[in-house]
Write a protein that binds this ligand. Structure first.
Ligand SMILES: Nc1ncnc2c1ncn2[C@@H]1O[C@H](COP(=O)(O)OS(=O)(=O)O)[C@@H](OP(=O)(O)O)[C@H]1O
Ligand SMILES: Nc1ncnc2c1ncn2[C@@H]1O[C@H](COP(=O)(O)OP(=O)(O)O)[C@@H](O)[C@H]1O
Length: 194
């Protein structure tokens, strides 16, 4: 048992009653991961749940400062986020993680860590096609890649290994962000996590 984890007999009865979980939203840049996560956070907070949203850009500014977008650095980034998410989730928090996580083995390692600790883990594939993402181009990355200003953009000239069996796959090009968030909420309810 790690020092950061509360021993079960140190928890108050209320803490013991709350089941946390990590909800990882994986998908391409501009797929809608962040937008859906914020919609979901609002729904969960309205249910009275404690929610943390681990924003990929913020994590890269602090926890993963200095890491780049090569395979090894992306793996390290995802493992760090998975570690923090599991700690929070094991203390009753619903942790929302809108982070690309392009490699299947990185995602599997995070799931395994949760399983080993007995912490709930839900993988949501925000499966917006690259053709739609590149038109949305929220941060202008697709345009920069097309102009030859950057390289190694996920889904264009860098891999994105689609999840083979996510807990939920959302065709987010065909529905609103609110509806997508509803579908995650429904899954959490079905799993007994709300
Ligand atoms: N080369 C390249 N490839 C992919 N993404 C890039 C790149 N350069 C910068 N960005 C922007 O970085 C944001 C955070 O990335 P992540 O930490 O989620 O990526 S990863 O899981 O470590 O692969 C990610 O945020 P989102 O757009 O919200 O997905 C990107 O906008
Ligand atoms: N169904 C949808 N779900 C999520 N975002 C959507 C949807 N339809 C359109 N959008 C828009 O697409 C963009 C997605 O951006 P963002 O959530 O930052 O993506 P990501 O975090 O995956 O990079 C936003 O401008 C959002 O308003």
């Amino acid at each position: 048992m790690r020092a950061a984890r509360l021993m079960s007999d140190e928890r108050t009865p209320q803490e013991n009653d709350v089941t946390g979980a990590t909800v990882w939203l994986t998908g391409l840049p501009s797929a809608g991961k962040t937008t859906i996560a914020h919609e979901l956070a609002a729904l969960l907070r309205a249910e009275g749940r404690q929610v943390e949203l681990l924003d990929g850009d913020e994590i890269r500014e602090f926890l993963s400062a200095g890491l780049g977008f090569g395979r090894e650095d992306r793996h390290t980034n995802v493992q760090r986020i998975g570690f923090v998410a599991e700690l929070l989730a094991s203390n009753g928090v619903l942790v929302l993680v809108p982070v690309i996580a392009p490699y299947a083995d990185s995602r599997d390692a995070v799931r395994k860590r949760h399983q080993q600790e007995g912490t709930a883990y839900v993988e949501v594939h925000v499966a917006t096609p690259v053709e739609v993402c590149s038109v949305r181009d929220v941060k202008g990355l697709y345009a920069k890649q097309a102009a030859g200003e950057i390289s190694g953009l996920t889904g264009v000239d860098d891999p994105y290994e689609e999840p083979e069996s996510p807990d939920l796959r959302i065709a987010a090009q065909d529905c609103s962000a609110a509806r997508a968030a509803d579908s995650v909420l429904a899954l959490l309810t079905e799993r007994g996590l709300l």
